[in-house]
Design a protein around this ligand. Structure first.
Ligand code: ADP
Ligand code: MG
Length: 227
């Protein structure tokens, strides 16, 4: 359920138009992830892609919404400490967030925000730090993820692209599963394969590929398959 606050600012399709085929495709993605959870519970899932502007934040945000509609306590964490945008998607402030918690200046419960969606809490990036990779590889980051896993049913991490900086590789080695977004008609095949190889290098558990922006033959904009 959506509270009135921030209703107008919110541009997420799963919020604005929950009955649309695109929203349905996000629910299909949710189902696929739930099925891949059968053998081993995946509580921390990171969303990344090879390059910028391929739909990482869009995917992570809409997935967070449909997961929270399935009566799960969900936390969406903005781990793109270079170009954070999760706070825009949910129209929450970004004065404090992950970076403050990591340097120990803010308690976790003060940094987490409720946002406009029931069951979905947001941990924005906080101020952009000079040393994102160092922060993400710190022991504190590992401890933070442990703490979050205890508090939530599902922790979704929005991440930077794999190819530009090491951040996504660092995070991938700390989470239970990774979703790799590929933008149809945009992502270069070679770049996508390189991103996958770099994630394999750090023994990431690539759960599957999310094909964003697929031209709708039968109304499905988003498509997911297991590797
Ligand atoms: N399937 C799509 N159809 C239309 N616009 C999209 C789609 N996916 C992403 N966008 C838009 O493209 C831009 C980049 O998407 P975003 O999710 O922020 O990418 P990333 O996080 O990978 O940089 C945003 O303005 C977003 O609204
Ligand atoms: Mg993004």
């Amino acid at each position: 359920m959506m509270r009135n606050r921030n209703l107008r600012e919110n541009k997420l399709v799963t919020v604005i138009n929950p009955k649309s085929p695109i929203s349905e495709a996000y629910r299909t993605l949710r189902t696929n992830i739930q099925f891949s959870n059968i053998d081993k519970e995946l509580k921390t899932i990171m969303v990344t892609s090879s390059g910028p502007a391929e739909g990482k934040t869009t995917t992570a945000s809409n997935l967070a919404v449909v997961m929270s509609q399935d009566h799960k306590r969900v936390l969406l964490v903005d781990c793109d400490l270079r170009r954070p945008t999760v706070h825009h998607a949910f129209a929450v402030p970004n004065r404090i967030g992950v970076t403050n918690v990591l340097i120990g200046s803010t308690a976790l419960d003060l940094a987490v925000q409720s946002g406009p969606i029931d069951n979905l809490q947001i941990l924005p990036s906080g101020p952009i730090p000079p040393n994102p990779a160092e922060l993400l590889s710190s022991k504190r980051m590992g401890n933070l993820l442990d703490e979050l896993q205890d508090q939530y049913d599902l922790v979704l991490l929005d991440a930077p692209p794999v190819l530009a900086v090491t951040d996504a590789q660092i995070l991938a080695s700390k989470v239970d599963g990774v979703l790799l977004v590929v933008k149809s008609g945009h992502t270069d095949r070679g770049m996508a394969l390189k991103a996958k190889a770099m994630l394999d290098n750090v023994h990431a558990n690539i759960m599957g590929i999310v094909l964003n922006n697929r031209k709708a033959n039968r109304g499905h904009y988003y498509y997911y398959y297991r590797k």
